[in-house]
Design a protein around this ligand. Structure first.
Ligand SMILES: CC(C)(COP(=O)(O)OP(=O)(O)OC[C@H]1O[C@@H](n2cnc3c(N)ncnc32)[C@H](O)[C@@H]1OP(=O)(O)O)[C@@H](O)C(=O)NCCC(=O)NCCS
Length: 176
């Protein structure tokens, strides 16, 4: 890990950089002929990226946090975590392609472990054909539950919903 990568909670001024990380990383990750996801689908989702409103980062509910990693002030990775009463959810980790494989994902995971309640299960949903991310999550200790999810909010402009697989790290709960 190069030492000039920092990690911090997202602030409103990060909105543009976060949007660009999501957009570039989605373009590099999700278009897939077999599953019918196109680059146009991704372009459509991020068409208003320039108008990103960062105010939400200043008023997130207590159970939600966004972290960013930055190099020289530029956002190069983003992670969203949600902690509910009964479950921890790793909503997303996106690292710019040219920064992947340098330990940034693990930096986010270290923050997630501090934020989450270890007495609850931790889940992540991963697109089934995103094999690299599945391997990454396995490395962190997640196991595939076998559950496949079609999330309507993830429906593309073309009509396709990429299938997601659910992975879990069980609660560290001796009473369970
Ligand atoms: C998946 C992703 C978040 C991982 O972050 P990263 O910064 O590249 O991962 P790290 O460098 O921290 O790697 C952590 C560990 O996972 C392993 N790993 C990462 N990708 C892997 C892969 N494709 N296959 C096997 N192991 C992998 C690393 O070798 C490392 O292992 P180590 O602890 O033995 O050194 C990142 O590559 C990414 O943003 N990918 C595209 C977007 C995406 O798919 N996000 C997930 C959506 S749910």
């Amino acid at each position: 890990m190069s030492s000039n990568i920092t990690i911090q909670k997202a602030i409103p001024e990060d909105a543009q950089g976060i949007g660009e990380v999501f957009y570039k990383t989605w373009l590099a990750t999700y278009p897939n002929k077999e599953f019918g996801v196109t680059t146009e689908d991704v372009d459509f989702i991020f068409k208003d990226i320039k108008k990103a409103d960062g105010s939400k980062y200043a008023s997130l509910p207590d159970n939600t946090v966004y972290f960013t990693t930055k190099e020289n002030g530029h956002v190069v990775g983003v992670c969203k975590l949600v902690k509910r009463d009964d479950i921890n959810e790793l909503k997303s980790i996106y690292v710019l392609p040219e920064y992947q494989g340098r330990g940034i994902g693990k930096m986010f995971w270290a923050e997630a472990l501090k934020f989450f309640d270890s007495m609850n299960d931790t889940i992540v949903k991963v697109v089934t054909y995103n094999k690299d991310a599945i391997e990454f999550y396995k490395k962190l200790g997640f196991k595939d539950t076998g559950k496949i999810i079609y999330d309507e909010t993830f429906r593309m402009q073309s009509g396709v919903i990429p299938p997601e697989t659910e992975m879990v790290i069980p609660a560290n709960n001796p009473a369970a």
